[in-house]
Design a protein around this ligand. Structure first.
Ligand code: F6P
Length: 325
């Protein structure tokens, strides 16, 4: 095994609050161990185009509190081809990079897995996505900030819903995962939660709204964007059709969920994982995602980390049922 001297670092896919804290931790830990760091802008796309530059401890000063990613991010079609990956490898070699730290979600790790099998390049990944949809970690970097943003928004929506005696359908992100919807639904006291992991029965949902406590002035339904019955507008349309007497509004929270200052939880998570990324490369780990399970650092092969997890904690669903009467 050749000794690692120069670590390439990039963020890829959708950004997530806390990515900057992870970048800072990776760079400073590498320097602590006398390693060089090469920053790569715009993920795999920038790797192919040679957007590589040297980083030092000062390059990451004053970023721990900032949302987004100073390395920028992109989704690359070219990297999906063997020719694109060959170009990326040649650029890394030209810049003396001999190992990579990738921060991103399942698309990032799928690319990393293929690249790591094709070329002699040790790679470890840090889970950076608001969706929390990766196996091998209890929480992903950005999830805590995103759910707090959602709860803050839904609290505000509740104020106006109460004033107008309205039903609000609030659509949250998560792609094909309902984990943002589930936790934020509990935390905001939603009357119902609609998620892709469970089959949505529109009639049962309407029943629930109609036969819940009559004296409730407002009702809030949190809908995960990837639900099998459709997103917020579709669910809203069904409810309006069924109950024309309800004053119904749909609110799509959208990309507001991806921005903002990372919470303390996300900053600490990112810092711990960033340190572990460099230490794990030094210890010979490759093609693995660094996670934290039960408060301990855990290593999961990329292949397994990307497997979609449809399991949802039934107790959390039960809690909604009990508490929203
Ligand atoms: O994966 C993060 C995420 O924000 C998903 O929740 C959402 O479906 C998707 O990215 C949106 O992607 P884009 O910013 O490309 O529209």
């Amino acid at each position: 095994m050749t000794q690692i001297k120069n670590i390439g670092l990039f963020t890829s896919g959708g950004d997530a609050p806390g990515m900057n804290a992870a970048i800072r931790a990776v760079v400073r830990t590498a320097i602590y161990y006398n390693l060089q760091v090469t920053g790569i802008r715009r993920g795999y796309e920038g790797m192919i185009n040679g957007e590589l530059f040297g980083m030092d401890e000062k390059s990451v000063a004053n970023i721990i509190q900032r949302g987004g990613t100073i390395l920028k991010t992109a989704r690359s079609e070219q990297f999906k081809t063997p020719e694109g990956r060959r170009l990326a490898y040649d650029q890394l070699k030209r810049h003396g990079v001999d190992a990579l730290v990738a921060i991103g979600g399942d698309g990032t790790f799928t690319g990393a897995r293929i690249f790591g099998n094709e070329h002699d390049m040790p790679i470890v990944g840090l889970p950076g996505t608001i969706d929390n949809d990766l196996l091998g970690t209890d929480f992903t970097i950005g999830y805590d900030t995103a759910i707090n943003t959602v709860v803050d928004a839904v609290d505000k929506i509740r104020d106006t819903a109460e004033s107008h005696d309205r039903v609000f359908i609030v659509e949250v992100m998560g792609r094909d995962s309902g984990l943002i919807a589930l936790r934020t639904g509990i935390a905001s006291g939603a009357e119902a939660i609609v998620i892709p992991e469970t089959k949505t029965d529109i009639n049962a949902l309407c029943e629930r709204l109609e036969h819940g406590r009559r004296d409730k002035s407002s009702k809030i339904v949190i809908v995960a964007e990837g639900d099998d019955a459709g997103g917020g507008f579709e669910i809203g349309r069904h409810i309006k059709e069924k109950f024309p007497h309800y004053d119904t509004r749909v609110s799509i929270l959208g990309h507001i969920q991806r921005g903002g200052r990372p919470t303390c939880m996300d900053r600490v998570l990112a810092s711990r994982m960033g340190v572990a990324a460099i230490e794990s490369l030094r210890d010979g780990h490759r093609n693995e995602m660094i996670g934290i399970i039960h408060n301990e650092i855990a290593y999961t092969p990329f292949e397994y980390a990307c497997k979609h997890n449809d399991e949802i904690n039934p107790n959390l669903l039960r809690i909604v049922e009990i508490l929203s009467i």
